[in-house]
Design a protein around this ligand. Structure first.
Ligand code: SF4
Length: 754
């Protein structure tokens, strides 16, 4: 079955006309990024956008959500008053499954522990026309690549590795839940027009080098920030020589250099992959549209003139890399690892090798890794480290079991976890991790930040290709270089491992018995969503109240935050993840990490009524209970970090009416506006210093709230003196309407109800 083929056919039927029109207006050759973005403009007006500056509205083709982020996104969508999602959307139950024993037992435990959340996600999906991939079906990005991605498409997903779909020539971008809600509700999606990094891949991979090593090398060049605000566009003969899933791996880890997303032009490998995954019709349409699914020839002939940054990587002499520990951009070619490990005192005994995840669990990855495992069996070498495999989807798992690879891994002592995120997201019940011993693991996942896999801050995690991870797990030694080192086998002989070999795609084709997909109901309106009122993890949202058309008078100060205040400071992650679907419970983490200017401590603020000091969320709760409205004052770049909407919903929930800061991180500023909070900046930054702990605030002249016209705030001090200050804002007319309605969702719902 080809999902949403109507939408894809319509897209391709208009593509040629759209691209011709863009070329006529811009009068210049186009990159692939230009072609995809301009063909998804929300407006018919085509003009040259300034890269890195202009915010542009787009119409993405689809939305994907993973289970941890989907909960709040769907709770919000339910408030929009829509019968159905406006664009094809899917939910994937992958993040909440803990890897402990093996796939069967772990999946059973997850179904017990998370049944309430799964039932909710399944029934909301069913009601609103959203495809639901059940627990065990696979990891969001692998499932998207296998079923939904198509060349030239634009999608958003509530997960930073949504970018994986660039392997099939899409622009696929990770966003917060609020953006997903907008697109599902039929509202345009805004993106700052990105700059573009062109990466020319020359030559061909050989020996032990794999697609993973391309992105590991690039991470070393660009560092974790080097791709910020950029799309990475790969091209060259080396790009064409890579498999489609190899391209997916490279795009996946574009998130590790901060890139908006990465992509490749349509080629034979994509056609083959589309056909192998049952999408012949999409392959044919893409072939017909080939020239619109790749950059123009002038771009390839003179890339430095068209890309904002240009990088060349020669695949002929690319060495396998291991990146880490603690950061994915610390790139070490395998030949240098022994020296680096000694120099940095990294533990060289490898405890566990882990392959798979959404990044590297393709048929190609598994077959190449299995070729190494087979050699260990044939050459009589015992595997020294523990070894685990996390398949990315049931389609891959079923096929690799059929083809004997799981048996091979079992024979070398490996265990196969469920088709889910597991150890990649800290859902790994690793024995002894709580002892926090210094140790080393190697894995083929994408991230290796401190504590990411097992919660142990002393676990040194190194990222490598699955075939290299398999070889290192067999050797049990971080410094093992399979290109030159020998291993001693059980007969006392010294032998070498041959370079990996495998198949891009299964010779016998992909096969699966139950792919775990739930088609949404045709009669969604009959479905009633039930949430237990005693639930700790889920809570239906209530409409935020609209503005009462009066000035806001006598607002108390919840906190005057000083210094860095990121979305993590405002709404922490970690143990709070499990409350992402329960606004009241997650509000117990509000501003836990923000430092109060007056006490110089985090989580210690003054209650304006009782005059006692207490924890910030406790005092916020007190205000909510007693209907006391408040404001937050903040410093520079307030709300930087993730696009997490909880950081805006929680203040709104406890009665914060305005956030006044020296400057905002833009996404958080928009999120505050969406929730009906006044996001304001000091016109004169030094006014921040006027604010005292016991002040109250009046925001006046709101009946004349207009785009471009500053507002006035009166600061009332306890000695009866006052200061009137000017505060700026960036609200446009529509956003002012959000404020008046109480939130963007209220506005959508009121339009929906006529
Ligand atoms: S496998 Fe890891 S990177 Fe991929 S979606 Fe899951 S948690 Fe994210």
């Amino acid at each position: 079955m080809i999902f949403n083929i109507d939408m894809i056919e319509k897209f391709y039927s208009q593509l040629e006309y759209k691209i011709e029109n863009v070329k006529r207006v811009l009068d210049r050759p186009l990159t692939l990024t230009d072609k995809i973005l301009y063909s998804h403009l929300n407006s018919d007006v085509v003009k040259e956008f300034i890269k890195g500056k202009d915010y542009v509205n787009f119409n993405p083709d689809r939305v994907a959500m993973q289970d941890a982020t989907a909960q709040m996104a769907l709770l919000q969508f339910m408030m929009a008053g829509k019968d159905k999602v406006a664009v094809p959307s899917t939910v994937h139950a992958d993040h909440l499954i803990q890897a402990k024993t093996d796939s069967k037992l772990d999946l059973k435990n997850a179904l017990d522990t998370n049944s309430e959340v799964y039932d909710f996600l399944s029934s909301v999906s069913n009601k609103y026309g959203i495809g639901f991939w059940k627990p065990g079906a696979g990891i969001i990005h692998q499932v998207v690549l296998e079923n939904y991605a198509f060349p030239g498409g634009l999608m958003i997903g509530t997960d930073s590795h949504t970018v994986n779909a660039g392997g099939l020539g899409m622009l696929a971008i990770g966003v917060g839940g609020a953006d997903a809600v907008d697109v599902m509700a039929g509202i345009a999606w805004e993106l700052k027009y990105p700059k573009i990094i062109g990466v020319n891949l020359k030559g061909k991979l050989n020996g032990w080098a794999s697609a993973k090593d391309i992105i590991l090398k690039l991470a070393g060049i660009l560092t974790v920030k080097g791709g910020t605000g950029h799309v990475i566009e790969y091209f060259g003969d080396g790009a064409e020589s890579l498999s489609c899933t190899g391209k997916g791996t490279i795009c996946n880890m574009g998130a590790e250099v901060g890139a908006t997303c990465s992509t490749f032009g349509f080629d034979k490998s994509m056609e083959d992959y589309l056909i192998a995954t049952g999408r012949n019709a999409v392959a044919s349409l893409a072939k017909i549209n080939y020239k619109n699914l790749t950059a123009d020839p002038e771009v390839f002939n003179d890339p430095k003139s068209f890309y904002d940054q240009y990088i060349e990587i020669n695949l002929d002499d690319l060495e396998p890399h291991l990146n880490g520990p603690f950061t994915p951009d610390k790139a070490t070619p395998i030949s240098k690892m022994a020296v680096e490990a000694r120099k940095n005192n990294w533990p060289t005994e490898v405890q566990v090798g882990l392959i798979g995840s959404c990044t590297n669990s393709s048929y190609e990855d598994i077959s190449r890794s299995a070729s190494i495992a087979e050699q260990a069996l044939e050459k009589n070498i015992k595997t020294k480290s523990k070894f685990t495999v996390t398949p990315g989807s049931e389609l891959v798992r079923y096929t690799i079991e059929r083809d004997g690879y799981i048996e091979t891994f079992n024979k070398i002592g490996g265990s196969v976890f469920a088709n889910a995120c597991g150890p990649c997201i800290g859902q790994w019940a690793r024995d002894g991790a709580n002892k926090e011993e210094k140790n080393t693991i190697v894995h083929s996942f994408n991230r290796n930040f401190t504590k990411r896999a097992d919660g142990n801050p002393n676990t040194h995690a190194f990222v490598g290709s699955p075939e290299l991870v398999t070889a290192i797990a067999i050797a049990g030694d971080l410094t093992f270089n399979p290109l030159k080192d020998k291993l001693k086998n059980d007969n006392g002989e010294y032998i070498m491992l041959d370079p990996p070999s495998g198949y891009d795609l299964p010779k016998l084709g992909f096969e699966v018995k139950d792919n775990g997909y739930q088609e949404p109901s045709k009669n969604g309106h009959e479905i009633e969503i039930k949430i237990n009122s005693n639930s700790e993890r889920l809570q239906l949202l209530e409409k935020f109240s609209p503005w009462n058309q009066k000035d806001l008078i006598g607002l108390k100060l919840l906190i005057k935050a000083s210094g860095k205040c990121t979305t993590d400071h405002i709404s922490m992650a970690g143990p709070w993840l499990k409350f992402r679907g329960h606004l009241e419970n997650i509000s117990n983490n509000l501003l836990l990490g923000a430092v109060n200017e007056f006490t110089e401590q985090a989580n210690n603020v003054k209650n304006a009524i009782t005059k006692d000091y207490g924890s910030t969320p406790e005092i916020a709760k007190f205000y909510r209970k007693n209907n006391i409205d408040s404001i937050i004052v903040g410093d520079e770049n307030y709300g930087e970090g993730s696009s997490r909407e909880h950081a805006a919903m929680e203040p709104r929930y406890v009665g914060v009416k305005a956030v006044i800061v020296k400057s905002f991180a833009r996404i958080h500023e928009t999120n505050l506006k969406k929730q009906g909070i006044l996001a304001l900046t000091f016109n004169n930054k030094s006014d921040y210093n006027l604010i005292k702990e016991d002040d109250t605030f009046d925001i006046i002249d709101l009946n004349d709230f207009q785009p471009g016209k500053p507002l006035k705030v009166i600061i009332n001090h306890t000695n009866n003196s006052k200061h009137e200050i000017i505060v700026d804002h960036t609200f446009n007319l529509n956003q002012i309407d959000w404020f008046k309605h109480g939130s963007a969702l209220n506005q959508i719902a009121s339009k929906e109800n006529g």
